[in-house]
Design a protein around this ligand. Structure first.
Ligand SMILES: *[C@@H]1O[C@H](CO)[C@@H](O)[C@H](O)[C@H]1NC(C)=O
Ligand SMILES: *[C@@H]1O[C@H](CO)[C@@H](O)[C@H](O)[C@H]1NC(C)=O
Length: 377
């Protein structure tokens, strides 16, 4: 009797275990029928599984815009929906954005990969694709309204909007040569700002969409000696239609003929910690979770985009785990979509359920299992 009980308990725990390890189906859709007048993000319904993981993988990637070295890193895929009208019927037509992240203990690296016909107009960034990353700094900073501080114009300040700070990296490629490094540079860093006069890969912060500044500047202009601001980001871009790999110069613009199908790559790095003293940079900590959002602009139909008219990978902050070298991500691995592994584990759980029902039935049927005292073995 005792053994039967033990066996059925074993079967039950096996079943529970199987149910637990099978990855959940991930859905990151917004509400349908977003009500008029509803506050932005109010209709956001995001699966708790939506997240990004940055594993410790030193010496794997070079920030050159090429995606090849990232082949072994897991991608987190998200549909791109209009940020201000998060409606899946209005998704970016050429597919999802894939985000990859890793760190080497000092810097964190990102790859954004999105399919799109080649579009490039030199000097006109709004006629080129563009990407931005946004991170929560202040504990009360909301995804919607870029921090969500309710002070505007002369009223918004580091005091009145305290707790609502978000950190933004925006790369506009109209003046950026593919494969070349932009962002942090000695001239803008000497001036103590997050600007980038060469490629427009800028380091910004904001309290809401109307109170948004490059690091080191504020509502009343430069922050002067107060600021130790730097542009802490570096990045490069690429498109799969390019054939020359030895190095482009500006004269090669537009680098490939327009309209070719392919994939855009945007690659970035930033130190985990920066010298910011003004709540203008997010600080990353190994083993902790940060909050991230991804924006993508595309000149749909060749029409230049407007700043507010961008796609977003989510309708709220997405957690980003920066995991330590010693912790394994494999155990909690799950992908951006219902994939073969999930299907397989569902089948497996089904089989296990059947099996355990059978075992329980069999055990309860074979009631006369004789008790074998352990000392007789
Ligand atoms: C965030 O909001 C809570 C509740 O309103 C408040 O108690 C807290 O002080 C705020 N945090 C900051 C940093 O302003
Ligand atoms: C900034 O530093 C300079 C010299 O280092 C000093 O003369 C000036 O008063 C400082 N300004 C402020 C606002 O602290």
């Amino acid at each position: 009797m005792c053994r039967a009980l033990l066996l059925s308990r074993l079967a039950l725990s096996l079943l529970l275990l199987l149910l637990l390890v099978s990855p959940p189906i991930r859905i990151s859709e917004a509400h349908e029928g977003h009500d008029e007048g509803e506050e932005q993000g109010g209709g956001c319904e995001m699966s708790p599984d939506v997240r990004v993981v940055a594993e410790y993988r030193p010496g794997v990637v070079t920030v050159d815009g090429h995606g090849d070295e990232w082949a072994d890193i897991d991608a987190f895929e998200f549909a791109l929906l209009p940020a201000l009208d998060f409606d899946k019927d209005k998704a970016y037509a050429d597919g999802k954005i894939a985000m990859k992240a890793l760190h080497d203990g000092r810097n964190v690296y990102f790859l954004l990969q999105v399919d799109g016909q080649y579009m490039y107009t030199k000097g006109d960034s709004s006629s080129c694709p563009s990407v931005a990353l946004m991170f929560q700094i202040g504990e009360n900073a909301t995804y919607s309204n870029m921090g969500g501080c309710r002070k505007f114009g002369a009223e918004c300040s580091s005091l009145s909007c305290q707790g609502h700070e978000v950190d933004i990296m925006h790369f506009s490629i109209g003046n950026a040569v593919p494969g070349r490094l932009y962002g942090s540079n000695p001239i803008d860093n000497q001036e103590g700002t997050g600007a980038d006069r060469f490629g427009h890969l800028v380091d910004l912060y904001s309290w809401n969409p109307h109170c948004r500044y490059v690091d080191g500047k504020g509502p009343s202009g430069p922050l002067g000696n107060e600021s130790s601001a730097q542009n802490d980001w570096q990045g490069a871009w690429w498109h799969s239609a390019f054939t020359v790999h030895s190095g482009f110069v500006e004269n090669n613009s537009p680098y490939a003929s327009a309209g070719q199908k392919g994939t855009y790559y945007f690659e970035f790095s930033r130190p985990l910690r920066t010298r910011d003293r003004l709540q203008q940079d997010v600080q990353f900590t190994i083993g902790q979770v940060s909050k991230v959002a991804v924006a993508f602009w595309y000149p749909d139909g060749g029409k230049p985009w407007a700043k507010s008219a961008h796609y977003s990978a989510s309708c709220d902050w997405m957690p980003m785990n920066i995991i330590s070298a010693s912790s394994s991500y494999g155990a909690s691995r799950s992908r951006g979509a219902w994939d073969a592994a999930s299907a397989f584990s569902l089948i497996l759980s089904g089989v296990a359920l059947g099996l355990s029902v059978f075992v329980v039935y069999w055990v309860s049927k074979v009631k006369s299992v004789p008790f074998t005292p352990i000392d007789r073995l």
